[in-house]
Design a protein around this ligand. Structure first.
Ligand code: HEM
Length: 437
């Protein structure tokens, strides 16, 4: 098998986008455009094996117009199923129905009424009604405090020309960016723009993270896998120097993710909108209130960005998905015929015992990740209340959520980078060593 096949081969039978071999050219928008060629949506919106025309619904979608506009011409089955917990969206579908789809779906995932995901969703719907209102949400408070901290430490660092203060501002920026991600999945709100002080873009991430990584986790179509290649290759395929280079490269990737993605954004300038530049408000404030030259202001801002990038990317890439026992495309899957999407999500995740339970840690380190993937529109501070329900349904289906420590996740990430042989057996969700304690 050549290097080319390595990148294109999916053990789930998923046909990747044409531009899969060229990570720089594979922007979120190219990814969306090329989904049109594989999804059999015939220029409309596909849900399961039916085609719909939501054109007249774009401006009425309660989650915001972005989601509908971006996904025209694609299969939105996984997005539609996972982003709505109430029955209302499903009940509206008939109004927009056009015709049956001709082509087979590009994904093996199913959502049968008696399957794992829909059963869990029914139970979660009930559990959400029992959570007392006063218990949530703490996320808004923590996010606002971090935003204020970022401003204060950034301004003080430039005012007093102090690298320590800049590093503190950088750490806050990294954590605030993770927290901002909590809002990107949901209907648009001002807090989602906290994410943009990193120079990363909400709209791009709604594609690369929400519509790609979240729905097709660790597969050849997961943009978060594609975008870090060839520097970091998490798929179990033949790699340069058997992956040793990846391990050395990892900290550099962490350090410059914010800046490199921003520069790539400038290359694809046609998708830039005025709001894309909102992150520049931070250096502008630093320049106005800091009394330093433009050059010195930019220098400290670069320190803040690099530290922030390091914190955000190191947390993100070592949070929950990369471990030799977690499913990566190429590994033997649980099923190819009828693979419940929720089970696939459990196969592709491993949560961390030392993060779960703390609202602040969960918000700032992509915690309670399995539940977050299964129900991405729920505020992070709600997730801890849903473990008993998850446990009840996993027991019913004789599967478990696997847990490890944060250190286990970091170590697992490096082991996965070195891994060149796919797992010959499907993921084992009953493996005693990882069970929730
Ligand atoms: C790409 C596909 C879609 C995505 C990613 C998406 C995403 C979302 C999001 C993020 C929300 C807000 C949830 C919240 O913050 O609580 C929402 C709400 C909603 N969406 Fe969508 N949506 C999609 C397609 C649709 C379609 C096709 C319909 C109906 C024809 C629909 C109907 C609704 C309704 C009624 C709500 C209100 C909340 C609820 O009842 O669940 N959505 N959606």
């Amino acid at each position: 098998m050549g290097a080319k096949d390595n990148f294109l081969n999916s053990s789930l039978g998923i046909v990747p986008p044409r531009t899969r071999l060229n990570p720089i050219a594979l922007t979120p928008y190219v990814w969306l455009e090329e989904r049109g060629e594989t999804d059999g949506a015939e220029g409309l919106w596909r849900i399961h094996d039916k085609l719909y025309d939501f054109t007249s619904f774009i401006n009425y979608h309660p989650g915001g117009s972005d989601w509908i506009v971006l996904t025209k011409g694609t299969d939105i089955t996984e997005a539609f199923e996972s982003h709505h917990i109430s029955h209302a969206p499903e009940e509206m579908l008939q109004k927009y129905y056009i015709k049956p789809a001709q082509a087979k779906r590009n994904f093996p995932f199913t959502f049968h009424e008696d399957g794992f995901y829909r059963t869990l969703k029914r139970e979660i719907r009930k559990s959400l009604k029992t959570i007392p209102k006063e218990l949530y949400p703490t996320s808004d408070m923590y996010s606002d405090i971090m935003f204020t901290g970022l401003l204060i430490f950034s301004l003080l660092s430039v005012r007093y020309w102090n690298y320590v203060l800049a590093v503190i501002a950088g750490v806050i920026l990294g954590l605030l960016t993770v927290a901002g991600h909590n809002y990107i999945h949901r209907k648009s709100s001002f807090r989602m723009f906290y994410f943009q002080f990193s120079l990363l873009q909400v709209r791009d991430w709604r594609v690369s993270h929400v519509l790609s990584h979240h729905l097709y986790t660790n597969t050849v179509i997961d943009l978060e896998i594609c975008m870090v290649e060839p520097f970091l290759n998490f798929l179990p395929i033949k790699k340069i120097f058997h992956g040793y280079l990846s391990v050395v490269m990892a900290p550099f990737v962490w350090l410059f993710t914010f800046q490199v993605l921003f520069l790539l954004r400038l290359v694809n300038y046609k998708t830039i909108k005025p709001i894309s530049l909102s992150g520049l408000l931070l250096p502008i404030c630093m320049y106005i209130f800091g009394t330093q030259s433009l050059f010195h202001t930019l220098l400290l801002w670069e320190v803040i960005l690099s530290v922030g990038s390091f914190v955000f990317t190191a947390i993100g890439l070592n949070a929950a998905h990369h471990h030799p026992d977690v499913f990566h495309d190429g590994d033997t899957p649980r099923s190819l015929e009828s693979y419940d999407w929720g089970l696939n999500q459990l196969d592709a995740v491993m949560d961390r015992t030392d993060i779960t339970g703390s609202d602040f840690l969960v918000l700032t380190s992509f915690g309670d990740h399995a539940l977050h993937h299964l129900f991405p529109t729920l505020d992070h501070s709600l997730l801890k209340h849903l473990y008993p329900t998850l446990e009840m349904v996993t027991k019913q289906f004789d599967v478990h959520l696997r847990m490890t420590s944060q250190w286990g996740a970091i170590l697992g990430g490096f082991q996965q980078l070195m891994k060149i042989k796919p797992n010959p057996f499907p993921p084992d969700l009953n493996n005693k060593k990882y069970l929730l304690r």
